[in-house]
Design a protein around this ligand. Structure first.
Ligand code: GLP
Length: 267
């Protein structure tokens, strides 16, 4: 773990088994949501400073809102330059457009892409409205390769352990694809919108795609995630908890979480 005051890396070996991974993940525990958002923005900005035309993934959900606010502030202050960064969206509902109420892309546009003045030509949206989603998903994978691969994958953690929309049952070699959503995830996401019907399917970047990133940043906040954080980081790697496959990333993984989210982990 990283001590919140000092930012020093603590030995993460006792945090769980990382079978087959090279090195151990960095677990950074900070005071609260605001500190998590700042630290996450630091990691993103460091990555794009090192690779100004690199590719990154951007998550949706409630967790990254503070990070986006922080990034937008830094862009406006001239402390972060996203003008050449390639942005890849992680997931969205099949058939939804940004004009639809329950669109994750719309959230992303509102919270980050528009206020951050991200050049439209650098944004790779999830192909939700194509006639052939399977072919479009394959094309999305090719776009990632053409962008030089993912420099940094920023992801959240769903209450059931999903990463992007890799629901339970998703293995570590999954690629971008159409997926059936669990009722639990549909209910969770319905909370973002008032009365919107959440579609039964989504397109999500695969776990294998995410694991191919040079670095992975997972951000988590809140007591309600503490048990799934523990299972994800210290439990066995299993498709029942898709996030647990991120242990395979070893030292390429940094988890930034607040104290509440980390509360079920042993020191
Ligand atoms: C959503 C998204 C994920 C997100 C996760 C956590 O369903 N598909 O990409 O990371 O669930 O959401 P939240 O941050 O609101 O807890």
């Amino acid at each position: 773990m990283v001590d919140e005051g000092t930012g020093q890396a603590m030995d993460a070996e006792n945090q769980g088994s990382v079978v087959g991974a090279r090195g151990t993940p960095t677990l950074t525990v900070v005071r609260d949501y605001e500190a998590m958002s700042c630290r996450a923005a630091d990691v993103v900005v460091q990555a794009i400073q090192a690779h100004p035309d690199g590719a990154i993934t951007v998550p949706t959900g409630s967790t990254p809102s503070g990070m986006y606010q922080e990034l937008v502030d830094r862009i406006h202050r001239g402390d972060a330059d996203f003008s050449r960064v390639q942005i890849f969206c992680l997931d969205d509902y099949l058939g939804q457009t940004p004009e639809d109420e329950a669109s994750l892309t719309k959230l992303l546009i509102q919270e980050f892409l528009e206020p951050g003045d991200i050049p439209a030509e650098n944004v790779h949206f999830i192909p939700t409205t194509t006639a052939d989603p399977h072919a479009a998903a394959e094309q999305y994978e090719r776009e990632i390769v053409e962008a030089g691969g993912l420099e940094l994958a920023v992801v959240g953690l769903g209450p059931n352990g999903h990463i992007a929309f890799n629901e339970p049952g998703s293995g570590p070699d999954t690629r971008t694809r159409v997926i059936d959503l669990t009722q639990e995830s549909r209910d969770q996401n319905a909370a973002y919108y008032e009365g919107a019907e959440i579609p039964a399917q989504a397109i999500t970047m695969g776990l294998g795609t995410i694991l191919g990133a040079k670095r992975i940043l997972m951000i988590v906040s809140g007591q309600s995630k503490s048990e799934i954080v523990r299972e994800t980081l210290t439990g066995p790697m299993t498709s029942d908890v898709p996030g647990s496959w991120l242990q395979l990333a070893g030292a390429r993984l940094e988890v930034v979480m607040d104290k509440d989210a980390a509360s079920a982990l042993k020191e």
